[in-house]
Design a protein around this ligand. Structure first.
Ligand SMILES: CC(C)(COP(=O)(O)OP(=O)(O)OC[C@H]1O[C@@H](n2cnc3c(N)ncnc32)[C@H](O)[C@@H]1OP(=O)(O)O)[C@@H](O)C(=O)NCCC(=O)NCCS
Length: 187
């Protein structure tokens, strides 16, 4: 998983260091962060959960998909998580089967909201996805999650309406197709 840079941000691999674990625990223990995530949103209450999450994220090592720590390029301060992953399709059996689609997602700490960081990081990850040959990327948002839908719109994704096709839940779906010529020859 490669580091990605933007004008203000470094997107890097998560580590199991205390600072990363503490941040992940703080992030996912907040209702304002979790309320629109997953079918049955819940806040994290145990630090051990963040330890496991950090270890899981730190192990990820795929060339295109990834779960990045979004940090300030200058100070290193953590802002949140950017995800590019298999999108599970709705179905009767858990764990849900992969749909064959890739989804992009963004979870930022409330202290980092309102600065354009999610849009800046997500735009970079979308560019990375297309440079490495993905044909299209989807985003699934809770129908009431207008802040997230604005991010999808700002990075050029188009609204596809509401669907029950993924995650056994009802989502407002967004889609971005690879622009012509954006795949690197070695991508
Ligand atoms: C969804 C989420 C990432 C959106 O965060 P955000 O900070 O509003 O999004 P952006 O990074 O695009 O920032 C845009 C805001 O920053 C403002 N801004 C300030 N400085 C800016 C700058 N230099 N450049 C761009 N925007 C800037 C914009 O005006 C905009 O504010 P507005 O929404 O009040 O108009 C955030 O609400 C979140 O993490 N929520 C919890 C997790 C979640 O629900 N994730 C989505 C699951 S589908």
């Amino acid at each position: 998983m490669e580091d990605l840079h933007t004008a203000r941000l470094l997107l890097r691999r998560w580590t199991t260091a205390d600072a990363d674990v503490d941040f992940l625990f703080d992030l996912y223990s907040r209702w304002e962060v979790q309320r629109f995530i997953g079918r049955w949103p819940r806040v994290s209450t145990e630090r051990a959960e963040a330890v496991q999450r950090a270890a899981r994220y730190a192990r990820l090592d795929e060339p295109v998909h990834g779960i990045w720590a979004v940090s300030d390029l200058v100070t290193g301060r953590l802002h949140g998580t950017l995800l590019l992953k298999e999108l599970p399709e709705s179905g009767p059996v858990e764990p849900l089967a992969p749909s064959g689609e890739t989804e992009i997602g963004w979870h930022l700490h409330p202290d980092a909201w309102g600065h354009g960081y999610a849009t800046e990081a997500a735009g970079r990850v979308l560019e990375h996805a297309f440079a490495h040959g993905l044909e299209r990327v989807l985003a699934v948002t809770h129908p009431d999650n207008t802040a997230s839908q604005r991010v999808a719109g700002r990075i050029g994704m188009s609204a596809q309406g509401v669907t029950g096709r993924y995650y056994n839940t009802t989502c407002a779906l967004f889609r971005a197709d690879r622009p012509d010529g954006s795949a690197r020859p070695d991508g």
